[in-house]
Design a protein around this ligand. Structure first.
Ligand SMILES: Nc1ncnc2c1ncn2[C@@H]1O[C@H](COP(=O)(O)OP(=O)(O)OP(=O)(O)O)[C@@H](O)[C@H]1O
Length: 736
């Protein structure tokens, strides 16, 4: 039983986390065995039945193979993960090694582990860096990246431990869902997901769907709409809501658009949609904040990471509207064949665990959505970084001036400075201002993230000024240059607080790693988005108070949590149906159930063909026919549900609970989909050309999309359907 002091300590330390004492005890027990194990010439392969012995052997193995002797706290993190928790370990504490030891532990229990990395670069780096440790423990390891071939992927997934980014693994899972031959499958069923940067993957990106699409059509471009909305004036033709998540035309705006287009918008729903999309692209999405234009393409910026989100796009219509706004060629669009949210992907793993520098703040969400608990692991050396209180101002201009003055003053001492800005545009503005004051700086933002490692590794040198947008992705240590200790270490300045305190903490965490000296400070003004969006009412003109900043962040997190919860409510049933369909599909793929069903549904045709082509060939033909119709019907089902969800809130106005209504209809639609698959398959079987050469897929009209491609859909940037519906209604009402 935990002692009173332990309970008090936990309560005072970090509410929402679980006790780490049992892990610390095991690590202490491991220490008593170390001398004996160090004497051994050859180390045994440990078993996880005796965790203290496991820790002692793995520690010595890591020391011999990597030259790193795991600290006690790293082993505590390892044990926390091996018990299915999220380990909160500060930046620079050596999570890579801690995670590798946990992955090896699971693998030694005969489980297949996916280490979900933040990006391709880290997947490869970590797998290769930790390779010798795995090898010595008799655990095989592999990695996948964007450019891996199907053979390389298959080989990597066949290992005990596979490193890969969440999107690469997700896309492989999606592609497997459309396989028509067992030999083409790539991802064997895994047992454990070990998630790096667990808060950003499991919470911030959980709602992002990964999409597999096929059958290209040229995208619809709307240049004249873009030109039209460009002339509209904010506040006169259109208005933004408080949180700038929605935009709508005013009566004046509607009149102007109708005159220009020579039509009545409400009699022409497609034009209304196009105008709305163009207006959203124009008024709510800002170049160099929400996206950049590179190589003639719109590239989205991931809001929680500040990097370009590769392969990510908005829903088709909006993507086309942004492309038209920037006068770019439209990118391809197509039918969605299947999709999976990050949450849906992670939930597939029977066992989950993770690590991150900031987990406690999202402890509730980790518990609610993944049944994961947080273990706070203390740092190896005490953190001596000095975090100064925020510097607060009424107006942004005052803040900007004070920020630059601070940089100039500190730079005069040659202390290295890292300035975190909230977006690309701001980083470029600041660099310009600094150069106006005669200071050189290095800029790191989504436009040049390829040079990240080099830029970051030099950021701790004397006299360096680095300006960077939010870079949650870990990777490269900022090592302090000579003589920097005496100057106080790296000084981190935030040009504004993020909507999430976790992002602030990650920025601060760039300084003061492993007991290094360091400092941090944030500059905040009453005109910052965080204040104007989330606590405008509480903030009557004046300097914002410290407590208000925290309050605004809690409001922002609350809004996000509600959106997450709502999305999950709507996708839960869909995910259940999807897993049923996938089980069914797997049976068809590997067995003879398709043939049996068609033999029962069309007995005459079956026996006739059995005579002429033989049973084996007939079963193969049946498999192709049923898989084709199952996949088509599923794609149709997804589109139907998307429409259903879009319109469901109108029913709420009729006093029905939208989620209950949605679930009722979704259930019926699912049954219809299964029935449709069966009847279409039987009908196709009756007429399909099946000869001794097999089934003629083209002749039977069962051609699959020639090309498929994958992308991520940026989370709906315009708020919930509910807000949008209300918005539309208010526009209509105002019109009258
Ligand atoms: N036991 C150890 N002894 C000495 N050095 C270590 C040990 N473990 C890790 N390190 C070193 O600490 C540095 C940070 O490791 P790592 O990148 O894994 O940290 P991290 O916790 O992932 O930090 P971040 O979240 O900022 O990326 C690396 O240079 C690594 O070599």
């Amino acid at each position: 039983m935990a002692s009173i002091t332990q309970l008090v300590r936990r309560f005072l330390e970090r509410p929402g986390s679980i006790d780490r004492t049992p892990f610390e005890r095991t690590v202490a027990a491991a220490a008593t065995r170390e001398d004996r194990i160090r004497e051994l010439d050859e180390l045994p392969v440990p078993s996880t039945d005796d965790l203290a012995e496991f820790c002692a052997i793995v520690r010595e193995t890591a020391h011999r193979t990597l030259g790193l002797r795991p600290y006690d706290v790293q082993l505590v993190g390892t044990l926390a993960m091996m018990s299915g928790n999220v380990a909160e370990m500060a930046t620079g504490e050596g999570k890579t090694l801690s995670g590798a030891m946990a992955a090896a532990g699971y693998a030694l229990q005969g489980k297949r582990v996916h280490v979900i990395s933040v990006n391709d670069y880290l997947a490869q780096r970590d797998a290769e860096w930790m390779g010798p440790l795995y090898e010595a423990l008799g655990v095989s390891v592999g990695w996948i990246g964007q450019s891996s071939t199907p053979e390389e992927r298959r080989a990597a997934y066949a290992k005990d431990v596979t490193y890969g980014s969440v999107s690469e693994i997700g896309f492989d899972v999606l592609r497997d869902r459309l396989c028509t031959d067992v030999a083409d499958l790539i991802v064997p069923t895994p047992n454990v997901a070990l998630v790096d940067e667990a808060d950003s993957v499991l919470v911030d990106e959980a709602r992002v769907p990964l999409v597999l699409a096929g059958s290209a059509d040229p995208g619809g471009s709307v240049p004249e709409m873009a030109a039209l909305v460009r002339q509209l004036v904010k506040g006169y033709h259109y208005e933004l809501d408080d949180q700038a998540r929605n935009v709508h035309l005013t009566t004046k705006g509607i009149d102007t658009v109708e005159q220009a287009l020579q039509l009545n918008l409400y009699d022409s729903p497609s034009s209304l949609t196009e105008v709305n999309l163009a207006l959203h692209a124009h008024a709510l999405l800002t170049k160099d904040v929400d996206y950049i234009v590179r190589d003639g393409k719109v590239q989205l910026i991931n809001p929680s990471r500040g990097r370009v989100a590769m392969l990510q796009r908005w829903p088709d219509g909006l993507q086309a509207a942004v492309e038209a706004k920037e006068a770019l060629a439209p990118s391809e669009t197509g039918e969605i064949l299947d999709s999976i949210t990050v949450q849906g992907l992670i939930t597939r793993y029977p066992e989950k665990c993770g690590m991150t520098g900031t987990a406690v703040a999202v402890g509730d969400q980790l518990r609610e959505f993944y049944d994961l608990k947080v273990v706070v692991v203390p740092s190896n050396r005490p953190c001596v970084r000095i975090d100064e209180p925020d510097r607060l101002f009424e107006y942004r201009m005052e803040k900007d001036r004070a920020l630059v003055d601070e940089i100039v003053e500190v730079h005069a001492t040659r202390r290295p400075i890292l300035i975190g800005t909230l977006d690309v545009a701001e980083s470029e503005r600041l660099a310009l201002t600094l150069s106006g004051r005669g200071l050189d700086c290095v800029v790191l933002n989504a436009k040049n993230d390829a040079e990240e490692a080099a830029i970051i590794s030099g950021a701790g040198e004397r006299g360096t000024i680095t300006v960077s947008t939010q870079m949650a992705g870990r990777g490269t240590d900022i090592r302090l240059g000579e003589g920097v200790d005496e100057l106080g270490g790296l000084y981190v300045i935030g040009s504004g607080r993020h909507t999430s305190s976790r992002l602030d903490d990650q920025l601060r965490g760039r300084a003061g790693r492993q007991g290094d000296p360091g400092g941090s400070i944030f500059f905040v003004s009453g005109e910052d988005e965080l204040i104007t969006h989330y606590v405008a009412d509480e903030y009557a003109k004046g300097v914002p108070e410290h407590s208000l900043v925290g309050h605004a962040q809690r409001v922002a997190e609350g809004v996000n949590m509600e959106i997450h919860r709502n999305t999950w409510r709507y996708t839960r049933l869909l995910e259940l149906h999807r897993s049923l369909v996938l089980d069914l599909r797997d049976k068809i793929l590997r067995g003879r159930s398709a043939g049996d069903a068609l033999a029962a549904g069309a007995p005459e045709r079956w026996s006739e063909l059995k005579e002429s082509v033989g049973e084996d060939l007939l079963h193969e033909a049946a498999r192709q026919i049923v898989l084709f119709h199952l996949d088509r019907s599923w794609a149709g089902h997804l589109a139907d549900l998307a429409d259903l969800r879009e319109g469901i809130h109108l029913r709420a106005l009729g006093r029905l609970s939208p989620i209950d209504e949605f679930n009722k209809e979704a259930k019926a639609a699912y049954q219809r989909m299964l029935a449709e698959t069966e009847s279409l398959s039987i009908a196709a079987f009756e007429t399909a050309p099946i000869t001794e050469d097999g089934l003629d897929l083209d002749g039977a009209g069962l051609k699959r999309p020639t090309a498929t491609w994958t992308y991520l859909v940026q989370d709906n940037p315009f708020g919930t359907e509910w807000e949008r519906i209300l918005n539309r209604l208010t526009t209509k009402v105002r019109r009258r």
